[in-house]
Design a protein around this ligand. Structure first.
Ligand SMILES: Cc1ncc(COP(=O)(O)O)c(C=O)c1O
Length: 312
């Protein structure tokens, strides 16, 4: 497999400006081949989580092997629709009322984080210009991630609907379930998670046509158990007669690029306004000044172009 590592030859970076994110398409292609093998053997679809990797100048390459993208905001959904093509999936902890019609125009699948969110938007989701498949994010309350900060199933997590909350809920209009519980983990973690999902969400599984296993599958890592993943996906799909979708971010771009930098000085000063970012496609905060006369003046707003122009 061609991938970047500490022993790799970095001479090709000599021409790169500094600082610079430099991505190697050959390494990306190797990862893509692994992901294509999983789709073929498991019978699932794999989509790219844009929150992990959104370099649209390599989307034509990735599009050859992936079914589409998954977004966590309006900006990411638009980037996926306009620059990648294929399916656009969407999950965010909550949706803005004023953005929802735009999201309906962009997305093929929308997953809701809570029954409240689903009830709030279900009528609008049922009557879009184009069909959208709606899903619910479930929280299996089974932790595989050791660091609580990154564990969506940590106690008091508000990510996803628990089995208890889902019991007896009206699922009319819901065609799928979504869970995201892993982070940089191997297939044994997925195996234990699936066992809990099957045990605790048995009734809901009987009513849906698709299940999204989320991200956090470190599929392209050399020690990843591909055989186990393919078997788990295939057996789950056959047992429940559902489509299975995986949405990794990191595994798509793992070991394919570097950030080059030059140390200019060793003194660091940090102020939050100068180092904001657009992670998840979230817009940058606007800049405002309260003038001497008490007036608040918004001196700068940021939009989609600012997000897109930072990528290539
Ligand atoms: C809902 C969801 N899907 C997919 C991903 C992608 O995860 P990863 O890049 O670890 O594969 C994330 C990451 O946080 C996520 O929150």
């Amino acid at each position: 497999m061609h991938s970047l590592d500490m022993d790799a030859d970095y001479r090709w970076l000599a021409e790169a400006p500094s600082p610079c994110f430099a991505v190697d398409e050959t390494a990306l292609q190797s990862n893509l081949e692994v992901l294509q093998e999983v789709q073929r053997r498991g019978g699932c679809r794999i989509i790219l989580a844009l929150k992990g990797f959104a370099m649209f100048s390599v989307f034509p390459l990735l599009r050859r092997g992936l079914a589409g993208t998954t977004a966590s905001s309006l900006h990411e959904a638009r980037l996926g629709r306009e620059e990648f093509g294929g399916e656009v999936h969407l999950y965010a902890p909550a949706y803005h009322d004023e953005e929802f019609d735009d999201l309906l125009r962009l997305a093929d699948h929308i997953s809701f984080n809570s029954l409240n969110q689903w009830r709030h938007f279900r009528d609008r989701a049922a009557a879009p210009e184009r069909p959208v498949r709606c899903g619910l994010r479930i929280n299996p309350e089974h932790s595989e991630v050791k660091t609580a900060l990154y564990d969506p199933c940590a106690p008091c997590s508000r990510l996803g609907i628990t089995a208890e909350q889902l019991r007896g809920a009206d699922l009319e209009g819901i065609s799928g379930l979504h869970f995201h519980t892993l982070c940089e983990l191997n297939a044994d973690s997925l195996e234990r998670t699936l066992a809990v999902v099957e045990r605790n969400f048995e009734e809901a599984l009987r009513q849906v046509q698709w299940v999204n296993f989320g991200g956090g599958h470190h599929i392209t890592r050399p020690d990843y158990d591909l055989d186990l993943l393919c078997r788990l996906v295939k057996e789950f799909r056959e047992r429940h007669e559902v489509e299975v979708i995986l949405e990794p971010g990191e595994a798509v771009a793992l070991n394919t690029g570097v950030l080059t930098a030059t140390v200019l000085d060793i003194v660091m000063a940090h102020y939050s306004m100068v180092k904001t970012n657009t992670f998840n496609g979230v817009p940058l905060p606007s800049l405002a000044v309260r003038r001497l006369d008490g007036r608040l003046e918004v001196v700068r707003r940021f939009g989609y172009e600012d997000y897109r122009n930072r990528l290539s």
